[in-house]
Design a protein around this ligand. Structure first.
Ligand code: FAD
Ligand code: NAD
Length: 469
């Protein structure tokens, strides 16, 4: 016999799950959210987006004081780092936000069930309660939002001290002398930037011959050049085949990705950041017959329904980019469709932002994708060097690149490396949601002086009429 009856039980309290639970409650569904980690907010709030951005901000302030204040005529003497205080601030930020979600659950009357959930059968969620014991929830619908975990690298065992995943990299108790980051993706560049700014000598080892795969190649190249100037070293086209931990640090075995002579690289700390994989352990999905691909990604239809009636899935454990805002949109659309609404999400228009400084941001098609699809396009570029706000602030590294259809002028992609790239990309996402053209951006009045003017100028440049370059 089930103890409690719900319209919806969400398993996982990350940005996918908690947002879905709140939206479901708003729509009148009696909803529970089961979360095992002891705090709401998932990977994102606890060990992902938020703590990494807190440390990015703190480390940037330190690097500014160490490297850039003098250029503004500000002298700093006795600059010192207190890593423990920096970590404590980060933990406070996380705590405040996770507690905030508990308040939102109370306000919206979502039951927060603390414990690990499994699905013995459709219509039923069994919870191993954090306080001991078990509870079975009866559910008309079950939404799996159990997220993802760091992908392990064979031959490189993590101990979260010397060889860390992003979780360990967010909690080091001192600045390592040297750090090797395996993977020049988003986590590698963000966490590599944090520790490099704080004084570590950081080398990023990447299997491919480029950084940030998936982002526009030209922008990625410029990003590598800018981060290189800041002190990050890159070893591209290189694979790590093993790691040996010792008292004096870690010795990594490297090989050229295309084959060739092996070499060793000694370092104090290694960060493994080669991607993430769905986390669905302990749910009982195989026994239920929920279809997954060979990487454990749950297969869903356009309504987020799995192969088993009454069981849905969203976020990092289903196909698509592993991003918090994508998980949130999945969650909202999934529950709205359960109630018969015709909500939608355009996966071509999910923005991606890398919070290095300068930031890297992109939406829509990259130039490589347009070439491959044989689409005739035009390019408009504008450098932040010619943007007056960037000059005044002293942040002139970077460029905006607008890709538009050659015939119709419709914006097909916007890619930026530059100051506040993530924020200024938002207008481009909106324009693209409305099927807008480069001319639409170019004719929109942008405040002066602002970084956003670089977007307007890049849109003008797509038609060969930029004013300031
Ligand atoms: P998750 O956030 O992973 O949440 C799933 C939750 O389910 C977890 O809390 C887990 O404990 C719980 N759970 C799992 N199994 C069970 C079970 N059986 N019972 C009960 N609970 C269970 N994305 C961005 O968009 N922007 C960023 O800046 C960004 N930065 C990141 C930085 C780092 C270091 C990392 C690792 C990730 C970052 N991401 C970022 C990615 C982002 O965190 C994820 O895309 C997002 O959290 C996915 O949301 P989700 O709800 O699908 O899963
Ligand atoms: P990623 O997919 O962004 O990058 C992984 C990198 O590792 C790739 O460049 C890949 O080529 C490389 N790689 C893979 N195997 C390798 C090997 N054996 N040796 C060397 N390099 C190897 O993955 P990530 O950086 O681990 O991030 C995981 C997920 O978290 C991503 O999907 C990302 O979207 C999300 N995330 C997002 C943000 C953000 O939005 N700002 C921040 C952090 C993480």
């Amino acid at each position: 016999m089930s103890d409690k009856q719900y319209d919806l039980v969400v398993i996982g309290g990350g940005p996918g799950g908690y947002v879905a639970a709140i939206r479901a409650a708003q729509l009148g569904m009696k909803t529970a959210c089961v979360e095992g980690r002891g705090a709401l907010g998932g990977t994102c709030l606890n060990v992902g987006c938020i703590p990494s951005k807190a440390l990015l901000q703190s480390s940037e302030k330190y690097a500014d004081a160490a490297r850039h204040f003098a250029g503004h005529g500000i002298k700093v003497e006795g600059l010192a780092l207190d890593v423990a205080a920096m970590m404590a601030r980060k933990d406070e930020v996380v705590k405040g936000l996770t507690k905030g979600i508990e308040m939102l659950f109370k306000k919206n009357k979502v039951d927060y069930v603390k414990g690990w959930g499994s699905i013995p059968a459709a219509g039923s969620v069994k919870v191993k309660l954090a306080d001991g014991g078990e509870e079975t929830l009866s559910a008309k619908n079950i939404l799996i939002a159990t997220g993802s975990e760091s992908t392990p690298l064979p031959g490189v065992e993590t101990d979260e001290k010397q060889v860390v995943t992003s979780t360990g990299a967010l909690a080091l108790d001192k600045v390592p002398g040297q750090m090797v980051v395996i993977g020049a993706g988003v986590i590698g560049l963000e966490m590599g930037s944090v520790w490099s700014r704080l004084g570590a000598e950081v080398t990023v080892v990447e299997f491919l011959d480029r950084i940030l795969p998936g982002m526009d190649g030209d922008i990625a190249k410029q990003t590598q050049r800018i981060l290189g100037k800041q002190g990050l070293k890159f070893k591209l086209g290189t694979k790590v085949t093993g790691a040996k931990n010792g008292k004096g640090g870690v010795t990594l075995a490297l090989e050229p990705a295309k084959g060739g002579e092996a070499e060793e690289l000694k370092t104090d700390v290694v960060l493994v950041a080669i991607g993430r994989r769905p986390f669905t352990e302990g749910l009982g999905l195989k026994e239920l017959g929920v279809a997954m691909d060979n990487r454990g990604v749950i297969q869903v239809d356009e309504n987020f329904k799995t192969s088993v009636d009454g069981i849905y899935a969203i976020g990092d454990c289903v196909p698509g980019p592993m991003l918090a805002h994508k998980a949130e949109e999945d969650g909202v659309v999934a529950v709205e469709r359960m109630t018969g609404q015709k909500s939608h999400i355009d996966y071509n228009l999910v923005p991606g932002v890398v919070y290095t400084w300068p930031e890297v941001a992109g939406v829509g098609k990259t130039e490589e994708q347009l070439k491959e699809a044989g689409i005739d396009y035009k390019v408009g570029k504008f450098s932040f060097m010619a943007n007056s706000r960037a000059r005044a602030v002293g942040d002139t590294d970077g460029v905006v690149k607008v890709l538009a259809d050659k015939r119709t002028d419709k914006v097909l992609g916007v890619h930026i490396v530059g100051p506040l790239a993530g924020d200024i990309l938002a207008e481009c996402v909106t324009i693209m949601e409305f099927g807008g053209s480069a001319e639409d951006i170019a004719r929109t009045c942008h405040s002066h002086p602002s970084m956003g003017e670089a977007v307007k100028e890049a849109a003008l440049a797509a038609d060969g009429r930029a004013i300031h370059s």
